[in-house]
Design a binder for this molecule. Structure first.
Ligand code: ZN
Length: 686
């Protein structure tokens, strides 16, 4: 492992700034810590609030991520308050946390790490704790004590597994007191602690220890088919993509019975080999490589047993069966090992391994599912290395349950902000790059949805997705090219869409074109193109969307962006109004046909949206101005004045109506028309 230490960068740093620097270079290496794992501290002499000199332990706050940590994520505690605890026999977690909070010198600081006392008791100035992959490959074996001694010699000690907290802090301190010349301490089935009088020494010790472990593990794996022969070969890319698109909604439906989940798919070639190997069935079911992963990953992944993953019927059956068995196993495990007074968490898996196809990870949003994915991308190589060395072992199952249901760990989850209205929902919008589509997409993203932007203009859709992701920092927008009038393209686009977040909950049929001419002068090609996009396009995309929703079995919502023209047509809009009328009629049929499946289908009917609209081209503006006998620059005001509220309609107004009809607030509404036209008497729905 390469050291990332830079004398140049560290030279002017001291105190908390220095530990921020070192924490970040630790966090930058995903083989050391991932997503909030590990912790770091520094002991300095400073001042308390009275201005009196005191020794201060600055430690990483609970839940912050070393990769991006800043000084505000560290908590100062009065060290001399903490040290007397080393002589106590026992202390409950709650007592310890309350005691620590009274020693915090800054009431605005985050809650200090659960491993605070461990950092306090060890006397070194700088301390780093990581869950290094290579170290865990050694500890997660049957004879880890012997092995650690063999690899590192007497200057490194192994502390038996104890759940983080008071007892672990004491156990580490006792080992240290008995051997003050130790270089580092390894926590069995958990991770590594290094220290030093300088930040560099403590950091370099981590790198040195991990490098030694890496060399040992690599040598053990050399020339061995560690996990036995490949039993299910990875499907070729195209077949695999089709299989992923077909199975994702089945899986999502199974996993979303309590709450909807977002699914991410991963098929790195090493992972595919691991999942398809002979021993995968056994080694994947042992437990996490460090307990910290549990709250994200659950104790085990679900490994689907299916010899023919390219047979969609067989695979769907295997997935359903696997999910049922997993839930039963989770329930049995909970009932057998649960700590007092806890309620059962979601019994569904977070990691689903499908031989030949890859891994799905789940979460309430993309971030949560990415965390699970990243953790398992580091777990399977640890399992493989530990198996090569000896045999993969995790903490005992009782301890797994104690940790999974540990209030201290679940407290971290309670710090998360409340979920937004469309959190966990997946939305697909057609014609998303246009003014109305973009306004709808923006509104959904702001309310927490995952949004797939489809448009015939991929560049514009990609640009929009990029902007939305930058604004929301959630990677919840994705762009796909789709020509709604082309059956094959619709099929391809919906397949691609399903692979992105795993399914579909809300479909917004918004793509449309307007060609104007009197019937007498209308060209056949304009007539046919209008029907192809506004009517056939709506039919093809709705059909594809409904299929995914029905496969999931979770209900859903369809909102169609219709037009006031359907109820109150205007001259020269023959191709537009007739094709939109076909769309409208089809929408009503969809409401009738899909209600039994919990899929609501509604329409919004906007009128005259000029702002950024592709429909209102210069030519149409001029043509309409002429038709109404007004100057072209007055066209927007003219349309505003003809509605009852005398107001201009904007994309965001349509978005409001679309979001309402898509939300649970409209749970009892289907087959409805919601005008967004400022009030036009002739277009009142009836
Ligand atoms: Zn830890």
């Amino acid at each position: 492992m390469k050291s990332l230490w830079s004398n140049k960068e560290a030279k002017d740093l001291s105190g908390v700034d220095l530990v921020v620097y070192t924490s970040r270079i630790i966090g930058a290496n995903t083989n050391l810590v991932l997503w909030g794992g590990g912790n770091s501290s520094i002991k300095i002499v400073g001042q308390d609030h009275k201005g009196d000199e005191c020794r201060i332990l600055w430690i990483k706050g609970s839940g912050s991520d070393m990769r991006t940590i800043a000084s505000k994520n560290f908590t100062p505690l009065r060290l001399d308050d903490l040290l007397p605890l080393a002589t106590r026999e026992k202390m409950s977690d709650e007592e310890m946390v309350a005691y620590q909070m009274k020693s915090v010198l800054d009431p605005k600081a985050p809650k200090p790490s659960i491993e605070t006392l461990l950092h306090a008791f060890l006397p070194a100035t700088h301390i780093y704790h990581t869950h290094a992959d290579a170290i865990c490959a050694l500890t997660d074996t049957r004879n880890s004590r012997k092995l650690i001694h063999k690899v590192f010699g007497p200057s490194v000690a192994l502390v038996d597994y104890v759940r983080p907290g008071f007892l672990l802090s004491k156990a580490v301190f006792e080992v240290y007191q008995n051997h003050p010349d130790l270089k580092a301490i390894i926590l069995d089935k958990h991770g590594l602690i290094t220290w030093g009088e300088t930040a560099k020494a403590a950091y370099e010790m981590t790198i040195q220890m991990v490098s030694t472990a890496e060399r040992f593990a690599t040598a053990q794996m050399k020339g061995k088919a560690v996990l036995g022969p490949l039993q299910v070969k990875p499907l070729p890319l195209k077949k695999r993509q089709a299989a992923v698109a077909a199975i994702a909604p089945v899986l999502r439906g199974e996993l979303s019975r309590n709450k909807r989940m977002v699914l991410l798919h991963e098929d790195a070639s090493d992972l595919l080999k691991f999942i398809g190997s002979e021993k995968a069935k056994k080694v994947t079911q042992v437990g996490p490589f460090t307990p910290d992963h549990l709250m994200h990953t659950k104790p085990w992944p679900l490994l689907i047993e299916c010899k023919n993953p390219d047979d969609p019927v067989a695979l769907a059956e295997a997935v359903r069966k696997g999910c049922v068995q997993y839930r039963k196993r989770s329930t049995d495990y909970f009932n057998q090992y649960k700590p007092e007074g806890v309620t059962m968490l979601d019994p569904n898996p977070r990691i689903i391994l499908i031989p030949g196809i890859g891994m799905f990870t789940t979460g309430k949003d993309v971030r949560a599912a990415s965390i699970v994915r990243d953790l398992y991308l580091h777990t399977f190589p640890v399992i493989e290395a530990a198996t090569a060395i000896d045999a993969y072992r995790s903490i005992p199952i009782e301890e797994i349950c104690q940790f999974e249901y540990w209030p201290m760990e679940n407290f971290k989850l309670s710090l998360l902000p409340p979920e937004k209205t469309f959190s966990r929902k997946i939305v697909l919008i057609t014609g998303a790059a246009g003014a109305i589509g973009a306004a709808i997409a923006k509104a959904f993203i702001a309310e927490g949805a995952c949004v797939i932007l489809t448009d015939i203009d991929l560049k514009k859709a990609e640009e929009l997705a990029k902007n939305l992701n930058q604004q929301s920092a959630g990677n919840h927008a994705a762009a796909i090219k789709m020509d709604v009038s082309d059956e094959r393209d619709v099929h391809r686009a919906f397949e691609a869409a399903t692979r992105i977040f795993g399914g579909l909950d809300i479909f917004i049929s918004n793509a449309g074109i307007a060609r104007t001419a009197s019937v007498e002068n209308l060209s056949l090609s304009d007539w046919e193109r209008s029907l192809a996009v506004n009517a056939t396009g709506h039919f093809l995309t709705s059909q594809a969307a409904l299929k995914i929703m029905k496969t999931q079995g979770l209900g859903g919502a369809v909102v169609v962006v219709s037009t006031k023209n359907v109820l109150s047509p205007g001259k020269d809009f023959g191709a537009y109004s007739a094709s939109k009328a076909a769309q409208s009629q089809l929408t009503k049929i969809m409401a009738i046909e899909n209600a039994a499946d919990g899929i609501r289908v509604n329409m919004v009917m906007p009128d005259a949206i000029f702002e950024g609209s592709g429909l209102w081209s210069k030519a149409i503006r001029e043509e309409r101005a002429k038709a109404h006998k007004i100057p072209v620059e007055e066209i927007e005001d003219f349309y505003a004045k003809r509605n009852l509220l005398q107001t201009k309609i904007q994309g965001s107004d349509v978005a409001e109506a679309v979001l309402f009809l898509s939300s649970d607030r409209a749970a009892k509404t289907t087959g409805a028309i919601l005008p967004v036209d400022g009030g036009i008497k002739d277009a009142f729905p009836r």
